[in-house]
Design a protein around this ligand. Structure first.
Ligand SMILES: [Zn+2]
Length: 413
């Protein structure tokens, strides 16, 4: 048995309580055996690797509940000219950068297949542990339908063996499509309940799947050991349809009204804000790497989005950190925490949203999300105090150590 003793750090364990100065964490194999004040976690006798936190901050590995590991940037012309298999090689780089930024688990919201997940699980490539959705279900002409007015098609995640095409209309088709995604290895079903920013022929406020279609999708997924459904949902009507149908998490939530917020509280629905997404579209768009329709819609929604998430937070909706990484460069995920603080969350609330609550959103609260005895040893050591400056977490040089599953995968001490 391999033991590691992390000491000389301040513990912020992800549960939201006061930081514990002079803390220690004992890791045995891939699990946390004990964590807390050093007096309660003595260094064991015998063969143990010491890991000096050097007065830094010991945190749970961070979790992003909305990423697209198979893509980066939205450049239609460039993507059309890139050999198909390059996406897999590029993804190796995306995954490594995500891990080195301190994210030890992610939920892929479309594009990653069972092979990518297995490559990480078996150690073929380095990356955060993955929950995958394969490809998102979308209506014809909806967000996710790559048909262009030219008659050409640009699919961000084209179909191939193991990656069914997501387009499905009507009760029979959506039922079959859910089954196809599950057959391909989906851990969660992703659907587009409304239009979006980066789709050529719709608008974020357009309602897409009907309540009846949503119910069939949720029910069909639930038959398989309770598989959950995450919904890209931006307009208020689409959000409400999704929540009423029993959707597990609302992604983006740009136009939440009071009734939508009430419904989310009532159903215990998670909200994944992705505040970084429209901001990144605007930033990247100004450099010319974004289609015009995306840039225009992102500018239109940014302020509305911030206000919507602020009201949901105030009302007490469960917020799990998610970014839409892939729209922005992988590894910049923790910028989202600064944006969460901008809309009124405390730094501690932003940390809990990116650790414990994000783990709950993934259904992985029994294994990750906090630094507690029994959890998998996914641990980050940051040099600076994130409670004093939440934005310190977005600086890669500040993420001194990343441990995943008990193994140090980054050490910049
Ligand atoms: Zn997304």
């Amino acid at each position: 048995m391999a033991s590691t003793y992390i000491h000389n750090g301040v513990l912020i364990d992800g549960r939201g309580g006061a930081p514990i100065p002079d803390a220690a964490v004992l890791v045995e194999d891939n699990r946390i055996r004990a964590a807390g004040a050093v007096t309660g976690v003595p260094r064991p006798a015998g063969d143990v690797t010491l890991l000096d936190a050097q007065g830094g901050y010991i945190l749970p590995g961070f979790i992003d509940t909305h990423v697209h590991v198979m893509t980066e940037g939205i450049d239609v012309i460039k993507d059309m000219q890139t050999p198909f298999s390059m996406r897999f090689y590029n993804a190796m780089n995306h995954l490594r950068r995500t891990l080195e930024a301190g994210l030890t688990s992610v939920r892929d919201a479309g594009g990653a297949d069972a092979g990518v997940k297995r490559a990480v699980e078996t150690g073929v490539i380095a990356g955060p542990r993955l929950q995958i959705s394969i490809s998102a279900l979308t209506i014809t002409g909806g967000h996710g339908d790559g048909w262009m007015l030219s008659g050409g098609e640009y699919e961000m995640f084209p179909a191939y063996p193991g990656m069914p095409d997501g387009k499905a209309d009507g009760l029979d088709e959506v039922r079959k499509k859910v089954r196809e995604m599950l057959r391909a290895g989906a851990d969660i079903i992703k659907i587009h309940a409304t239009g979006g920013v980066l789709s050529p022929t719709d608008h974020p406020e357009f309602t897409q799947y009907s309540p009846e279609e949503l119910e069939v999708i949720v029910r069909e997924a639930a038959y398989r050991r309770g598989i959950k459904v995450m919904a890209h949902a931006q307009g208020a009507e689409g959000v409400k349809n999704a929540v009423r149908a029993g959707i597990h998490s609302i992604e983006h939530g740009i136009y939440l009204d009071d009734e939508a917020i009430e419904l989310m509280l009532e159903h215990g629905t998670f909200l994944v804000p992705t505040l970084l997404a429209p901001l990144a579209v605007v930033e990247i768009g100004e450099e010319g790497g974004m289609p015009d329709y995306g840039l225009r819609k992102a500018r239109e929604v940014m302020e509305i989005h911030n206000d919507s998430i602020a009201r949901a937070h105030k009302a007490g909706v469960k917020i799990a950190m998610g970014t839409d990484a892939g729209v922005m460069p992988h590894g910049t995920n923790l910028r989202e925490m600064g944006l969460m603080v901008n809309i009124g969350m405390t730094p501690m609330e932003a940390i809990v949203a990116t650790t414990r609550v994000a783990a709950e959103c993934l259904g992985w609260q029994d294994r990750v999300g906090t630094v507690e005895a029994g959890k998998l040893a996914d641990i980050v050591i940051a040099r600076q105090d994130p409670l004093a400056d939440i934005r310190s977490l977005e600086r890669l040089e500040n993420i001194a150590v990343v441990m995943q599953d008990g193994k140090v995968v980054k050490d910049r001490r």
